[in-house]
Design a protein around this ligand. Structure first.
Ligand code: AR6
Length: 175
């Protein structure tokens, strides 16, 4: 069974087989953790995202709740899994299922690519406005439910960037 860890820090510094990016459907970069990842990874990451967008044209490069994988450019991690969380519209627009899908599909994609360690940011809880407590419980529950289907994944790290998220995850994952 995999170990689940929580840390307070910057996901661009994490040395895992994959870090997950809270991207948008265009895959063309943005603010928040997406901006930090692209800026630390360098131009190669955007080139790979552009290639995915071209390959999928005229479909949306990455619909909400879905995930795609690239290399990681100059980051210490080996791969970036780009997933698109839901914008929070009050909870009645399928947001919990879409957020759960981000965590589940990211882990399944890691497993398909034989990756043993995955680091997640707190998807949707920044610019997309998902309430942090609700998002933490979806994230923790979904990772716990999915890990039995991904036996190759030995380590999952929730990388929190603010104290509030860090406390929520520590409370939700008692040692
Ligand atoms: N390391 C770890 N977590 C971080 C970092 C970092 N370096 N920087 C920010 N966070 P957000 P979203 C946290 O806004 O809500 C982009 O423009 C942040 O504190 O990055 O899913 C995309 O292109 C928060 O807890 O992503 C989309 O358009 C969490 O990461 C949109 O924002 C997610 O915040 C996605 O919005």
């Amino acid at each position: 069974m995999a170990v689940i860890e929580v840390i307070l820090g910057d996901i661009t510094k994490i040395d895992t087989d994959a870090i997950v990016n809270a991207a948008n459907s265009s895959l063309m970069g943005g603010g928040g953790v997406d901006g930090a990842i692209h800026s630390a990874a360098g131009a190669r990451l955007l080139e790979e995202c552009i290639q995915i967008a071209k390959d999928r044209y005229p479909e949306i490069p990455c619909p909400t709740g879905d995930a795609v994988i690239t290399g990681a450019g100059k980051l210490p991690a080996r791969h970036v899994i780009h997933t698109v969380g839901p914008v929070w519209y009050g909870g009645g627009k399928g947001e919990p299922l879409l957020l759960a899908s981000c965590y589940r599909k990211s882990l399944l994609l890691a497993e398909e690519n034989s990756l043993g360690s995955v680091a997640f940011p707190n998807i949707s809880t920044g610019i997309f406005g998902y309430p942090k407590e609700k998002a933490a419980s979806v994230a923790i529950d979904t990772v716990r439910e999915t890990l039995p289907q991904t036996p190759g994944i030995k380590r999952v790290i929730f990388v929190c960037f603010d104290e509030e998220n860090y406390s929520l995850y520590c409370a939700g994952l008692p040692v």
